[in-house]
Design a binder for this molecule. Sequence first.
Ligand SMILES: Cc1cc2nc3c(=O)[nH]c(=O)nc-3n(C[C@H](O)[C@H](O)[C@H](O)COP(=O)(O)OP(=O)(O)OC[C@H]3O[C@@H](n4cnc5c(N)ncnc54)[C@H](O)[C@@H]3O)c2cc1C
Length: 329
Amino acid sequence: MIDFCVLGTGISGSTIANLLSKKYSIQIIDKAKGIGGRASNKKIGKSISFDHGLQYYSAKDIKFRRQLNYLIKKKILKFWEGNHIDFTFKNSLNSQKIIGVKGNNDFNKYLIKNIKKNLGQQIINIKYKKAYWEITSEDRKFKSKCIIITFPYDQTKKIAKNYLNKSFLNLKVKMKPNITLLLKQVSKSKIPINSLRLDKRIISWIANENSKKRFSSNNFFWTIQTNENYSQKIINKYKKKKTYYSKQIIKDFSNILGLSNTDLKVIKIHGWKYSYNSKNSGKKCYWDKKLKIGICGDWFIGAKAESAWQSAHNLFSQIKKNPPKIRRV
Ligand SMILES: Cc1cc2nc3c(=O)[nH]c(=O)nc-3n(C[C@H](O)[C@H](O)[C@H](O)COP(=O)(O)OP(=O)(O)OC[C@H]3O[C@@H](n4cnc5c(N)ncnc54)[C@H](O)[C@@H]3O)c2cc1C
């Protein structure tokens, strides 16, 4: 039987799986068919792709900066250079933006490249059976001596509430939604921006996917995110009126960039229900040595990939300090 089953291939799941794999046997499970969670990359046809979640990596923490530099050297990540405009004036103009060479989930793919993966498996139940955990997906069961959950807070609570202590269950975590629109611009008018951050509009962020230099095309591809209030307003109803809300967002987009609405075709509108946590939880991770259950995720610490990575490293230190009683491979 496997030592650790890690649920989730996001940055925190990939990071903890990678760290634990140096000592233990690991398998990783995700409900999605692709790797990356909120850092996933959506392919359209053979070459066109959109980073429809995480837009770029940045580092405040020196250790995370080192990790990014290492992956840049290995040609897994690269700098996203060019014309980035910030009309909120909240971010440093010099802040570096780092992206995957092929997609922003390159980071995750690299970390778990040698780990057994079970994708497309939505976990619906977990049960502690003393000697092991029984993990049930919609179509099969997995067994593992220890379990690590890396879902957003609400989803973690839902699946594991019988096994978690009160202080975890009472954490004040509020994850906010985000609406993302993927667009194709069929006209040939080239707009010389890589990204645009905006204030006081429906749209808060625009990314030019062509500017990442991963593909060449005569058309232009845009990833657009809406602001917090707008996202909150429509997150529970956009699925029933996708055309209506897409048109609203496109109207704002074409006004900003001076494009005609008829030049723009919707590839996808996607709602992230648990996009980011606006407040620090006050904890960094969760580890119960007795029940052999661990939890990590960005939302413990902040709202970024860096927070996910830090939470996974904190969990790894906890497991190292208080190792579970299992036979090592
Ligand atoms: C639109 C958007 C833009 C962002 N932009 C940036 C940015 O520019 N820079 C930045 O640093 N951060 C950004 N972030 C935040 C960043 O994406 C996250 O901080 C980070 O990816 C979180 O990683 P994680 O592993 O903690 O969680 P997740 O990536 O959410 O991983 C959880 C995983 O669990 C899986 N899962 C959930 N439930 C189940 C289940 N029942 N069964 C099986 N699997 C399940 C999910 O599929 C997912 O893969 C953005 C996020 C969003 C949504």
